[in-house]
Design a protein around this ligand. Structure first.
Ligand code: SF4
Length: 431
């Protein structure tokens, strides 16, 4: 079978999207391709940002390939499934341009996982995958009827018909990924890196997936949920391949980069820098030192609130007090040139306390951002605490709530994010 795997040409104008806007490797499509090719299928993988192709060009390229099946992602990369743009206008635009020329069409991503009905309707695809997508896409390619493929949804006489469960990939044995040289050459961005000099190309790698915690704001219930650690040999083989292709910096997209001594010791021996997101309360000073020796140059630590009460209200299950957390962050900064404490706008956190702790951390060269507001993503516990299981209006409801609740927005966001129907109307998604 011929399968096209497409990451659209993203554009975030008017979006609340607060993830990074630079191009990143679409790891989910990379895994799909590896599994499909291992099964003997012919693939075409495209990325609008890395290849600087507009949706119109992507559509023409797919059409010229003449696939039996086209898979389109609804988030820019696995790294941002937990904070995807809520609107589906960009994948919708691509699919409309492609029309019937892509064979059977499939959407993968957080929207398909949490809200299959609206995703089918807005995108007009034949099927959506619910949960992590790589093995499901491989099964779709191997199946003539699709009816018996688990973790999918289709419209059947106008009614959404789902097959059992959300898919969690086995993940641990995923093979080392290889990327086209031209894609890496276009990936000069070192994600979440702020030290200098920045030598070599950038890339994203996954050493583990999921997280054992359940913070209230974290949108991972439907995908990337349970913690799994990837076979270390495969991770290192992938990293060695990237270094050989000129990569000087990798970002581990792991939800929570847990202390893993063998990986850190292996990285000490390699000429590569890297960045991680983690929880600082899970690190001991000796391991922080090893993390720095291994080449870590960027830590994004989810602190979220600067009070015990605030962290409890977010279900952080953090056993340390603010002083101890601050001491660990300051310790980490001795070994790692950029350390950030991520803060969320938590109702109840005294502004004066926030100001005090931010100043304290910044005095020690630890960056603590201006607290950013929460978006109640449909795959988060906070969405379900507010409104129950996501229904057909889940994204619209979350969006309205968010726009109404916060007058000030993160620096990274568009200053005047638009209502969801308005964003999607432009490409016909809202109809
Ligand atoms: S620790 Fe991080 S990844 Fe884990 S649930 Fe909390 S926010 Fe999500």
């Amino acid at each position: 079978m011929k399968v096209a795997l497409v990451n659209p040409s993203w554009n975030y104008d008017g979006s609340i999207y607060f993830g990074c806007r630079q191009p990143h490797l679409p790891l989910e499509l990379g895994y799909c391709r590896a599994l499909l090719e291992a099964d003997g299928h012919e693939t075409l993988m495209l990325d609008g940002q890395l290849q600087r192709l507009a949706n119109s060009e992507l559509a023409e390229t797919v059409a010229a390939f003449g696939p039996d099946m086209t898979v389109v992602a609804t988030a820019p990369t696995y790294l941002f499934w937990r904070c995807a743009p809520p609107e589906l206008r960009i994948p919708g635009d691509l699919l409309r341009r492609l029309g019937a020329r892509g064979g059977r069409t499939v959407a993968v991503g957080p929207h398909a996982s949490a809200t299959p009905g609206p995703t089918l309707r807005k995108l007009g695809v034949d099927l959506v995958v619910r949960g992590e997508c790589e093995e499901v896409v491989a099964r779709l390619a191997a199946s003539d009827t699709w009816e018996d493929v688990a973790s999918t949804a289709v419209f059947d006489d106008g009614v959404v018909k789902t097959t059992s469960g959300l898919h969690a990939s086995a993940f641990i044995d995923h093979p080392p990924l290889r990327w086209p040289r031209a894609w890496l050459a276009a990936h000069r961005h070192h994600h979440h890196r702020f030290d200098e000099p920045q030598i070599g190309l950038g890339a994203e790698v996954e050493a583990s997936r999921g997280c054992p915690y359940n913070c209230s704001f974290c949108a991972k219930i439907d995908f990337r949920d349970a913690y799994r650690r990837r076979n270390l040999k495969h991770v290192l083989a992938e990293i060695d391949g990237l270094i050989e292709q000129g990569v000087g910096y990798i970002y581990f997209i792991d939800e929570i980069f847990l202390p893993q001594k063998p990986l850190l010791e292996a990285l000490v021996e390699r000429d590569v820098r890297f960045g991680v997101q983690t929880r600082i309360d899970l690190w001991k000073p000796a391991l922080l030192e090893l993390l720095g020796q291994a080449g870590c140059v960027s830590i994004e630590a989810g602190l979220e609130s600067l009070t015990v009460e605030g962290r409890e209200s977010l279900a952080k299950r953090c056993r340390l007090g603010t002083e101890e957390l601050a001491a660990l962050l300051i310790d980490a900064r001795r070994y790692v040139p950029f350390v950030q404490a991520n803060l969320i706008g938590t109702v109840g956190d005294e502004p004066s306390l926030v100001t005090y702790w931010r100043a304290h951390l910044q005095e020690h060269d630890v960056w603590a951002n201006d607290p950013v507001p929460l978006y109640p993503y449909p795959s988060s516990p906070s969405y379900r605490a507010l409104w129950g299981e996501p229904d057909d209006k889940a994204w619209e409801r979350a969006h309205e709530y968010y726009l109404a609740q916060f007058g000030a927005f993160s620096d990274l966001q568009d200053k005047r994010p638009s209502p969801l129907p308005q964003l999607e109307h432009a490409c016909g998604c809202a109809s």
